[in-house]
Design a protein around this ligand. Sequence first.
Ligand code: ZN
Length: 405
Amino acid sequence: MRKTILIVSDGLGDRPIEEFKGLTPLEKAKTPNMDHLAKNGITGLCHTINRGIRPGSDTSHLSLLGYDPEEFYHGRGPFEAAGIEMELKHGDVAFRGNLGTVDKNLKILDRRAGRIPDTTGFIKELNGMEIDKVKFFLKPGTAHRVGIVMRGKGISHKVSTNDPHVEGEQVMKIKPLDKSKEAKFTASVLEKFTAKVHDALKKNPLNDERKKKGLPEGNYLLVRGAGYVAKTPTFFERYNLKAACIAGAGLYKGIAKMVGMQILNVKGATGLPTTDVEAKIRNAVNALDKYDFVFVHIKATDNLAEDGDFQGKKEFIEKMDKAFSKLKFVDALTVITADHSTACSEKKHTADPVPILIHGKGVRVDSVESFGERACSRGSLGHFRGLELMPEIINILGMSELYGA
Ligand code: ZN
């Protein structure tokens, strides 16, 4: 069977930068390896959700993997929870949580409890709590973050957050977001849960130690990103491809896990600009022995663009390109693209389509000779939607089913 490597460089697409004489960071960067792959492959521009829609990283990844977010995206919580390897079942409602600090009037003093390094000792005794026959599972994420999963009958993700996102403001009451009895019930259970958690945290001896050291207490659980766990067919069920994922950041591992991919942990893969891209690519190529499809996520291009750091983004793209040198020789279909554009000038995701290249046996090579936003606009893939990527890949692999007779 033919193999595929899909590399998603988060927020890779960009807009012209004045200081680069109107070039984008990708166009300005020296990228001999990506240029080689583009020259010997096919290229185009991808609207990962649709024209004019600014994609979130979660929805755009689902789309690129062939899962229509309209059907499979019901909030971010489940993907974050899956990313820290919490067990999820169809019907669960999951949240992203922060251990924060409030005063006695529930005014938020610190949304991250002084970026507390580890929440394990705070949430251990709260895991498995049951309220009105709804069970709560909690797991520490990185630093102040906590994954929260609700399991029980008659629950809904249509509930608001208790996090005003601003310090100095009061914790907000969790409210139902629609008129259903499920939303009303869930909001009331969550209100009881957060009150109970607050009581327990206040008594936690770890907070006495923090007080003594002059550190903010971890005494309140802020919840947001409510999401419903949809019934999701696995990648293997959909495409008959055994798939694995290499990523540094939790969200992307979570998305991969939700579609049944095996998560491969690579030392040095951090999701930061200092990440070991070379190790990620080396491990991805090695994983092709065992897997048919390896999805590699690289985060730093997005973070640097959100900071407006176009020079840093350009340099990181050059670092990535060096790591891609071995992809020229690998016997697999190589796909390089982004989940959305992140414009350094805007410091946010934009709806501008992202460049894409597909290299490998069977592709009808086009006349594009380099990898960049402008060059790819002349590519033979033209403009297409993210949901159309997997059918393209499946066709090139020779696995597409005949439509008709
Ligand atoms: Zn993204």
